[in-house]
Design a binder for this molecule. Structure first.
Ligand SMILES: [Zn+2]
Length: 506
């Protein structure tokens, strides 16, 4: 049995929109997730770095010694290595070269060398083909059409298109597969990934889906159509075609454009402040050719519920919004649920659920502040949405939330009060950042720059069973770690300790 509501993190105080789904062994979310195809094999390409041996060997060049130490040897395929790149990383000069056979590159036949100050190679890594077999057929239109068709078919999806097909050699041994020699092939680039296709037969020899480092977004508009509460009924890229992606789409719908922009602002915050790539870590690939992307569907309605829907949630793979609830703080809040799912596994029930909601409010607010929210708006959640302000982190009591542990609400509603008791977490974060005279403690705030780093370490240090007072201990322990590394001072941690004492969690 799958209990859908356990995965939902609604922003409001309503009960989750879905009843239990009976008789299904697999959640819609997990059935749509696709593993990155053969990604694990790519690691086999990287050879170990072997240091330049100390043994004196004057009979060969320095380069040959380093190659030999790395197990790199050239057979009949020949030593036609061409330098493709020289760069400096962390003070080390790196030279990268590509193997060629009969004037055509060997796919994956590369050597990386570390070059010393005197210009000699001190160490090398990489693999090259030793033998080759056969010849490339004529590179005519028929061959091009055949290999491009195979390349496109490798990644099913209506948007997948071939962008280039070039002659290469492919040696299966370089990728840890069986094979005695490099064979004539084509490297076919498509919008969804790279395929290596045997030149003669069109058989796919290797494929690698596109792993975009850059932000990738897909936002869809359901236009207030009421659907069942299953992911496949509203999934962006599955149930409905994206109105906007990195490759275009000129949706004029306000919520679509808002969410597209808020994904960017949230990603910029996570990348810049925390070195955490949202697309890579919490993006979803639905196999629709868009690749791994931050996905959202706006103007969603559900059968049997008021429409427009005045709520938003992270459902485990993507974001979902009712009409007019698309604000930056809500987007940051929902994306952070995805982050929590990835880094600490906090669920959506009871005290761990309240922590989950609290961490989402904290980073939603920090993202909002990084983009201009100031003054009285700094700690408000939901301002500008159809719901109006739903929480005030500086003053949780204004929205019937507790602000200290002794006032924790024990209830069966709201999955055990997850949107109620997160007021305790929120108040603590406010006190740590801005300070206040509260509950017998006069706290001087440490400011958002330090608080962001502190709460990011906390986010990464929680477990799926953490409760409110575990969280308080974690906040203080994380502060001590950062104090040791120089990010925060011992004086800062004394203020943090006062804040957790004031809210009675630490
Ligand atoms: Zn939430």
């Amino acid at each position: 049995m799958t209990h859908n509501s356990a995965k939902l993190h609604v922003i409001g105080l309503e009960t989750p929109p879905f009843p239990c789904t009976e008789g299904s062994s697999m959640s819609p979310a997990s059935s749509l997730r696709r593993p990155a195809f053969i990604a694990g094999l790519a690691a086999a390409v990287v050879a170990a770095v072997i240091l330049y041996p100390s043994a004196k060997d004057n009979s060969v060049s320095t380069e040959s010694v380093a190659y030999r130490a790395a197990g790199i040897s050239f057979g009949a395929a020949g030593k036609d290595m061409r330098v493709t790149k020289t760069l400096n990383a962390s003070g080390v000069t790196i030279k990268r070269s590509q193997q060629y056979i009969n004037g055509m590159p060997v796919f994956g036949g590369e050597i990386v060398e570390f070059v010393g100050a005197d210009g000699t190679t001190t160490a090398a890594l990489g693999k090259v083909a030793k033998e080759s077999q056969g010849q490339h057929p004529a590179d005519d239109q028929n061959t091009q059409n055949r290999v491009r068709r195979s390349g496109v078919a490798t990644f099913p999806g209506q948007d997948n298109k071939a962008t280039s097909a070039k002659q290469v050699w492919f040696d299966p041994a370089l990728f840890g597969m069986k094979g005695a020699a490099a064979v004539p092939a084509y490297q076919v680039e498509t919008t969804a990934g790279t395929s290596v296709v045997e030149a003669a037969s069109g058989t796919v020899l290797w494929k690698s889906p596109k792993e975009k480092e850059a932000l990738n977004r897909a936002v869809c508009d359901l236009n207030n159509k009421s659907v069942e509460g299953r992911l496949q009924d509203y999934a962006c890229g599955v149930a409905v075609k994206p109105g906007k992606t990195e490759n275009g789409g000129n949706s004029q719908q306000k919520d679509v454009n808002n969410v597209f922009k808020f994904f960017d602002q949230s990603s910029t915050f996570y990348n810049g402040e925390l070195k955490f790539d949202l697309t890579q870590n919490i993006g979803a690939d639905y196999g629709d050719g868009v690749g791994k992307a931050l996905r959202g569907t706006v103007r969603v309605c559900f059968n049997g519920q008021a429409c427009p829907l005045t709520n938003a949630f992270w459902d485990g793979t993507q974001m979902t919004f009712g009409e007019g609830v698309t604000t930056l703080d809500v987007t940051g809040h929902e994306l952070t649920h995805g982050v929590s799912q990835a880094v600490n596994g906090l669920g959506g029930q009871g005290e761990p659920g309240a922590l989950n909601e609290g961490m989402s409010d904290i980073f939603g607010a920090f993202i909002n502040q990084a983009n201009g929210a100031a003054g009285a708006d700094k700690w408000l959640i939901g301002k500008g949405t159809a719901l109006g302000v739903i929480r005030d982190m500086a003053n949780p009591g204004a929205h019937q939330q507790p602000d200290k542990f002794s006032q924790k609400v024990n209830t069966q509603q709201d999955n055990g009060g997850v949107h109620i008791n997160n007021g305790i977490v929120n108040k603590t974060a406010f006190l740590v950042t801005d300070g206040q005279n509260f509950n017998g403690q006069n706290i001087k705030g440490i400011g958002s720059k330090k608080a962001i780093q502190l709460f990011w370490l906390v986010e990464n240090s929680l477990t799926s069973s953490s409760g409110l007072q575990d969280w308080g201990k974690t906040v203080n322990a994380a502060c001590k770690q950062l104090s040791g590394s120089g990010t925060l001072s011992a004086a800062d941690c004394a203020e943090v300790a006062k804040a957790t004492k004031a809210t009675e969690v630490g």
